[in-house]
Ligand binder design. Structure first.
Ligand code: HEM
Length: 452
């Protein structure tokens, strides 16, 4: 076993933002599948080997915990109070729990998400239609200046769309939802307004939870309460606050899929053949949106890669690096019609993703609708020059500039007898929520339109 070096090198450099794969390759050469790194001033073990990442995720021997109180440096007060990632680890929702407490909340999530993830359930069908409508609304605003032009698909389409879905799943009224969407954005972007936005959102989620407990509706908070009646309002608010963050990962998946489709005419051809779920899988494999995961802490001494991890030490599992591990990547048949599903973009083991179907569905509809409404989507920059958001956890575009041309509006024809319409063709069976004339969200999105 190699002794840990006295000083670790910083992970989040400009090189890392521009090309993480190159950094992974170099670290792998120097240290092997596990590297000691410095994460914004805090020492962490960065796990890059596919087998090693999978082994920790599966946690079959129970050697790992997700509870922040198992982190030795944190317990000993060695993590600076202003460490920028501290709020992420202190939110103390189900993601940061183990054992029975985790299992109970996970069961509640599974049950609450089920109606949305089932194509046959009215809730799932309504959600799909709502995604189509939100997508069309956003394309409408983006194209108000004309049938051809420039747009930033990240800011004007991919990011607002899942947040509108979050807003809908949470069951906010339209007017309240507008403020919430804007605050969700401020919180996720972790800018100067993030702390105040978090406070407002926490208050809004607590208030929402109390209202749903008193008068349950057809929405996620009510389903969570029904599945776990003893959930406290504080617990509920913390779980609900996870939703927008998770849906923001769907936004980055939408962007990454759009880049793949726009840069590759063959893939665009295949969209019409209904192969979009395969494209989403391929992109999740090539460029997983949740690139690195929140920490696990060793409960005992564990041998991993060339090192021995001491009890209380944190590891950060890198899904992106694991996918590039030559032992895994070398075995993938990229020419296969169906790429491997044995990847880790949705995690694995006791904390694996519970919203995979929903995230894939939203992404597929968003991409399909965009390419249906636009006859031309051309990247305004070469794919390898697109700007990425600096982040320790996500791989997401900061902006996705494109040149577009709208397709001529097709005449709507009724589905033939016996034919089931897809969500795009099906009539919307609930009233379209008119955006208030002075809608802050719409005003914001209109402000992003580019002059032609
Ligand atoms: C493209 C979008 C998404 C990606 C790439 C993604 C990926 C992941 C990954 C990798 C994990 C495991 C984290 C870990 O082990 O540390 C996870 C956990 C989770 N995901 Fe997703 N996710 C996405 C969207 C969603 C959505 C839309 C929902 C629900 C509406 C959702 C619900 C969850 C939940 C509840 C967990 C925590 C499970 C636990 O700790 O037991 N995810 N997700």
């Amino acid at each position: 076993m190699t002794p840990a070096p006295a000083t670790a090198e910083p992970l989040l450099t400009r090189d890392y933002d521009a090309n993480p794969a190159q950094v992974h390759e170099r670290l792998r050469k120097v240290y092997g599948p596990v590297a000691p790194v410095d994460l914004l001033g805090v020492p962490v073990w960065f796990v890059m080997g596919y087998e090693e990442v999978l082994r920790v995720l599966q946690n079959s021997g129970g050697a790992w915990s997700k509870r922040v109180d198992r982190w030795k440096a944190h317990a000993e007060g060695r993590i600076p109070a202003d460490w920028p990632l501290l709020p992420v680890f202190q939110v103390n929702n189900s993601t940061f729990q183990d054992g029975a407490a985790h299992n109970e909340l996970r069961r509640a999530w599974t049950s609450a998400l089920a109606p949305y993830q089932d194509h046959g359930h009215p809730q799932g069908q309504r959600l799909e239609k709502a995604v189509v409508r939100h997508a069309d609304d956003l394309i409408g605003v983006l194209a108000e200046g004309g049938a051809t032009g420039w747009a930033d698909l990240a800011a004007q389409y991919a990011r607002p769309l899942p947040l509108m879905v979050a807003d809908r799943m949470l069951g906010f009224t339209a007017a309240r939802g507008e403020d919430v969407v804007m605050d969700l954005w401020r919180m996720i972007d972790a800018g100067p307004e993030a702390a105040a936005a978090f406070e407002r959102l926490y208050a809004a989620m607590t208030e929402l939870g109390a209202a749903k407990r008193a008068a349950p509706g057809d929405d996620l908070p009510s389903y969570l309460i029904a599945a776990k009646p003893d959930i406290t309002l504080d617990e509920l608010a913390r779980e609900l606050l996870m939703l927008p963050g998770l849906l923001d990962f769907a936004a980055s998946l939408v962007c990454n899929v759009v880049v793949e489709v726009a840069a590759n005419p063959d893939v665009r051809e295949s969209l019409s053949a209904g192969a979009i779920d395969e494209t989403v899988n391929r992109v999740a494999l090539l460029n997983p949106p949740m690139a690195n995961l929140t920490f696990r802490y060793a409960l005992t001494e564990v041998k991993l890669g060339n090192y021995t991890i001491a009890p209380g030490d944190p590891v950060m599992l890198s899904v992106a690096a694991a996918h590039q591990d030559p032992r895994f990547a070398g075995a993938i048949d990229w020419h296969a019609i169906r790429t491997t599903r044995a990847h880790l973009a949705w995690g694995a083991g006791p904390h694996n993703c519970l919203g995979q179907l929903l995230a894939t569905r939203i992404t597929a509809i968003a991409v399909h609708r965009l390419f249906k409404r636009m006859s031309k989507v051309k990247l305004a920059l070469p794919a390898d020059q697109l700007p990425w958001r600096p982040s320790p956890f996500m791989r997401a575009l900061r902006s996705l500039p494109i040149q577009y041309e709208l397709a001529p509006e097709p005449l709507r024809s009724a589905p033939a007898e016996g034919e089931t319409p897809g969500p795009e063709e099906a009539p919307v069976d609930e009233p379209v929520v008119e955006r208030p004339a002075r809608s802050p969200l719409w005003a914001f999105l209109r402000g992003l339109r580019r002059p032609r």
